[in-house]
Design a protein around this ligand. Sequence first.
Ligand code: NAP
Length: 210
Amino acid sequence: MRIAVVGAAGMVGSRVVNEAVGRGHDLIAVFRKEPTAAPPPGVLAVGGDANDPGHMGRLFAGTDAIVAATRPAPGHEDTAVRTTTALLTAAATARTRILVVGGAAPLRNPGHPDRLVLDSPEYVPERFRAIAAASAAQLDACRTHPADWVYLSPPALLEPGLRTGRYRRGTTTLLTTADGASRVSAEDLAVAVLDELENPGGEKHFTIGY
Ligand SMILES: NC(=O)c1ccc[n+]([C@@H]2O[C@H](COP(=O)([O-])OP(=O)(O)OC[C@H]3O[C@@H](n4cnc5c(N)ncnc54)[C@H](OP(=O)(O)O)[C@@H]3O)[C@@H](O)[C@H]2O)c1
């Protein structure tokens, strides 16, 4: 597959690029700034701002899938919807499906199914409230957009770690382990992204976790 990854320098985007290259896919890595480290051999590195749907649409022409892995800088969370909408529009123009790596916030709380993770301080401490609200609004933007999208909600904790190649897949409720933890490594999230692109599960909104 020819896959474009936007946010390729980020925690998630860089791991999606590595996972996709390891599986033999043809990669376009979209960087907003000049990358500090060279992308893996064979990856086409291009510059571009996700908020420019015309430029993104041209970059996406001829791709089979797009991965949106952008995240607004702290204090600019209100830009998440605009950026996601621009990428959805560019994907629709290119007639390519797009996987949006979003947040855990729009998932249901497993202990209180009437409550979103967004409104669950045990999963979203106050300091993460703004980015959590932005990710819930991001999913709402997807739901009203005609693009061929799928939204992946990570578990509550997503951080660099080991690639085990193992994870569980769920739909719209946060996944937790027996001890109540909700986590996955960014490396295993990248495995799930590529699994979904290679074998779509069919849900518009899904989650993963250990
Ligand atoms: N538990 C959770 O729910 C959870 C936890 C972590 C992350 N996430 C989600 O996962 C996704 C990826 O997050 P991350 O941690 O990988 O973020 P990150 O490490 O901050 O990387 C985000 C990347 O997006 C790029 N970017 C931002 N705006 C852009 C734009 N307009 N045009 C082009 N590139 C742009 C940034 O580029 P620059 O380098 O130029 O700034 C950066 O490289 C986000 O949706 C985030 O909310 C969810």
